[in-house]
Design a protein around this ligand. Sequence first.
Ligand code: ZN
Length: 315
Amino acid sequence: MPLPPTHFSGTRIDRAAALRRDSAALAAAWQDSAARFLPVWDARCLIHDAAAARLTRADLGALLPPQGIFLGLEEGRPLFAIALAGPEPPAIPGEFGGLRELIGRVAEPDAGLLVYARAMVNWHRQHRHCGACGGVNQVEDGGFVLACSNPGCGQRSFPRLDPAIIVLVHRDRHCLLGRQASWPAQRFSTIAGFVEPGESLEDAVRREVAEESDIQVGECSYQASQPWPFPASLMIGFHAMAASDAIRTNDAELAEARWFTREDLAAGAVVLPPRASVAFRLIEAWFDAVPGPGLATLGHDGAFLRPAGATPEQR
Ligand SMILES: [Zn+2]
């Protein structure tokens, strides 16, 4: 049975996709006095009183750009993501921060809303030009299409998502966890990797697990997914049964991979991924399948790690 919704998902706004293609209605929504604006500056989101800041036209004044990205309707009010430029944080009420800093300080579903707004603004920032001919892209469909302005080209781009699998491999009483070289000594997590062209999700699970640990995977089952906006992934979570047990780390990705029992995890032998991650949820679902205190009550989960040399979009 699939797990309940993960952190960052379950945004409760109506995306109102039909409205994106209605330019008159979109223009009216932009001018609507009830409209609210979610600013993104330097890949940072704005929070205010532990919630996503929803600014009014008056809050922004001259900072309001000529257009935004239509996110949808929240209780009937149009919501737009807007990109703010400049070397210094704009002087508006609230606090700008990277998503990793803001996680845990913003209640759901607002964390998901910030993820959504930032992902759209980042995509626009990185696709100002057509990838086919280099022409300038123009915004269409409320910001959900970037269309090349070169009439001889006509390339249309759509918001980018990078699908990645993440998998808790188990065998008998053990689960397989790995540690990346850059992580602290006791930090371990599930195996993950990007899906490649021509692969099913199950193919990607088998390939990634074999590449990183030499373990052969048999049956695998979908558990949960999570938007992972560092910078644009969708994590698709599985449980998988191992068909072999001799571990050999084959590539440079993992410094170490090991089998752990529930007793190891309960005793705090490793620092687990943060509770807000689908990785933790996958481990928790396996751990909690036997009677006893739940993994979330044991407090062995760690903080979010920022990759070395992180770009603003990875913060
Ligand atoms: Zn083009």
